[in-house]
Design a protein around this ligand. Structure first.
Ligand SMILES: *Cc1c(COP(=O)(O)O)cnc(C)c1O
Length: 401
């Protein structure tokens, strides 16, 4: 028998040891340019890859990690991802995934009510969740056009392109939120996409515009999980949408690729985007064919932490962002774009000539850059509940002094 397919306790424990190791890249492994004819063996491959894969990676849970929407992941997701890789279930086939399909249904059923939705399914990201939503909109509501703000995520325009729908971008205010008055009055053939937490600035479109168009989709890829915490009312109106997307690999602390598409009328939406197949026991719903059990780590996290545990971590992130915003606002040399509504703090030096120098001096991993109306701004995203905000503020202070 080929032992490579069996549980190799020693090898797996070695992988955990490597995870904890500190690497000083004295001798990084030279990757062969071509597929090697003879393999080096699994143990040697782990050892060879560890220094570059583990040693050089950005650590998203590090005290100064505050630049992007990618969170650190809890260890229960590492453990359950290991189970997933070993079982390799395919949710396309109930026979290969008798439990995992139910786990996905349950995770969706737990989360959908927070958005006023009845159900949905998982996708590997909100890019595909947005595509799925607009596909359902085209099938169910005869939508011919997608209307979204110019600060909506590029996946919305991409989905319109794939689906052969016209795409119309509407203006935003200086913070990146859709200007409500710009919404056309005739939306009988339109899907309106409202963003709950824009990627660049975290702005929330006026969600009370939900329900005016033939279909309303709320792209809550980033800020959707606010619905589970004390700040849920920042997204009120979302419950009147026809569909909502949210990325669990952002503010639900899941490993990639984990996201959800929710529908208000799930039965109708799913029926409209289902295909049968002679080799399929159940219809294939949505864009994906074979897909894995990403719901297992999600459900494990929700079970381990409960709603309150998720809420506590998101609320901590929100308060870190508020602290940072308060600091920026109080320093006369800095300019805050707006009070953060979804944990994203956007700021710049008042003297834009100082931007580049400051950019070079800011702590690594602490900031990303976004351009608004031709002007560059620093963007910091509170995805890391373990960030040390005093250290971060100290680092900014040192860089501007
Ligand atoms: C990140 C993001 C997306 C895309 O989601 P992925 O999970 O990266 O595919 C869509 N919309 C918004 C607002 C986002 O922030």
């Amino acid at each position: 028998m080929d032992g490579e397919f069996l549980n190799n306790r020693q090898g797996l424990l070695r992988a955990i040891d490597l995870l904890e190791s500190v690497f000083h890249d004295g001798n990084p492994f030279q990757m062969p340019a071509q597929l090697p004819e003879t393999g080096i063996g699994s143990d040697a491959a782990l050892d060879a890859l560890a220094p570059s894969i583990l040693g050089s990676a950005a650590r998203l849970g590090a005290p100064l990690s505050f630049a992007h929407m990618d969170p650190p992941t809890p260890w229960i997701t590492w453990a359950t991802t290991l189970w997933n890789a070993s079982l390799n279930q395919n949710l396309l086939h109930p026979a290969t995934a008798p439990v995992a399909r139910g786990i996905e249904e349950l995770a969706v059923a737990w989360l959908a009510p927070f958005f006023g939705m009845t159900g949905g399914h998982m996708t590997p990201g909100s890019t595909l969740a947005n595509l799925t939503a607009l596909w359902a909109a085209r099938e169910c509501a005869g939508v011919q056009e997608v209307v979204a703000s110019e600060c909506s995520h590029l996946s919305v325009a991409k989905a319109a392109h794939i689906l052969g729908l016209r795409y119309r971008a509407l203006p935003t205010d200086h913070c990146g939120a859709l200007v409500a008055d710009s919404l056309p009055s005739d939306l009988k053939r339109a899907a309106v996409v409202l963003t709950a937490g824009t990627t660049a600035t975290g702005a929330i479109d006026p969600l009370d515009l939900s329900g005016r168009a033939a279909w309303t989709h709320v792209d809550a890829a980033w800020a959707g999980p606010l619905r589970l915490c004390a700040h849920a009312d920042r997204l009120s109106g979302i419950e009147r949408a026809n569909s909502v997307s949210s990325s669990a690999h952002k503010w639900l602390f899941q490993p990639k690729e984990s996201a959800l598409i929710f529908f208000r009328d799930t039965a109708t939406a799913h029926a409209a985007i289902s295909f049968g197949g002679a080799y399929l026991a159940v219809p294939n719903v949505g864009v994906l064919g074979s897909h894995g059990a990403t719901a297992v780590p999600l459900l494990a996290t929700l079970l381990a932490w409960g709603r309150a545990g998720i809420a506590a971590r998101i609320e901590r992130c929100v308060s870190l962002a508020d602290r940072l915003a308060e600091f920026v606002d109080s320093d006369s040399r800095l300019r805050l774009l707006a009070q953060p509504r979804t944990g994203i703090v956007v700021w710049r030096p008042r003297d834009s000539g100082k931007f580049d120098r400051l950019s070079r001096k800011l702590p690594t991993g602490a900031t990303s850059i976004t351009t608004i109306a031709g002007e560059r701004w620093f963007r910091m995203v509170a995805a890391n509940p373990n960030a040390d905000i005093d250290l971060l503020i100290g680092g900014i202070q040192k860089a501007i002094d």
